[in-house]
Design a protein around this ligand. Structure first.
Ligand SMILES: [Zn+2]
Ligand SMILES: [Zn+2]
Length: 198
């Protein structure tokens, strides 16, 4: 891994933030673990339990992506990242420890102000200074203070299949046949089915 790996993550994500640094350090730790176990030769699967900033670093560093079907999102709202070989299921679970992402009171105040659109220019600048500082702190922390790292054998998702599409009877849009439901004998996509219910 090269020295500008972190910069690649920043370029992809668009800014430096503590969440991105967590994802970056988790990916590095996971990849290092797999290398030691020689599981890196087979196709990697990444399972992320958050859709926040950190997930972007995982995609950049592992090369696992949504489109390839080897990047799995679980909506758990946790900084937990699992990397595993698809065949051996030999894997590593990297979970954020409590307290690491805790922010100073002023930092939290500023986040609220920005969320409520009440922050001044100066306060925005102050927020980004604190955000960058927190990011730099996490970048320097010893790994074992950030994460709990465990060996796991996760269930592997089915490989993405090539599948033909059929038009939805509601909107007419071509839809993977296995994703169409049936309403009154008609093939209906999930989007149309949800609107139907309202
Ligand atoms: Zn971010
Ligand atoms: Zn439809």
């Amino acid at each position: 891994m090269s020295a500008n790996d972190f910069q690649k993550c920043v370029d992809f994500h668009g800014h430096v933030c503590p969440g991105l640094v967590i994802g970056y350090r988790a990916a590095k730790a996971g990849i290092e673990w797999l290398r030691e176990k020689r599981a890196e030769d087979e196709e990697l699967v990444a399972i992320v339990e958050t859709d926040a900033c950190g997930a972007d670093a995982i995609q950049v560093l592992t090369g696992c992506t949504f489109g390839k079907g080897n990047f799995i999102y679980k909506d758990h709202g946790k900084h937990v990242y699992t990397l595993a070989g698809r065949k051996s299921r030999q894997g590593v679970r990297v979970a954020l420890k409590p307290g690491v992402m805790e922010l100073k009171e002023r930092h939290r105040q500023l986040i609220e102000k920005i969320r409520d659109e009440k922050a001044t220019e100066g306060e925005r600048k102050e927020f980004w200074d604190l955000h960058r500082q927190k990011s730099a702190d996490i970048l320097e922390m010893p790994l074992e203070e950030i994460f709990l790292i465990e060996t796991v054998k996760p269930q592997m998702p089915a490989k993405a299949r090539m599948e033909s599409s059929k038009p939805c009877s509601g909107c007419g849009e071509p839809t993977m046949a296995s994703k169409l439901g049936s309403i009154q004998g008609k093939d209906i996509c999930r989007d149309c089915a949800a609107k139907h219910q309202i």
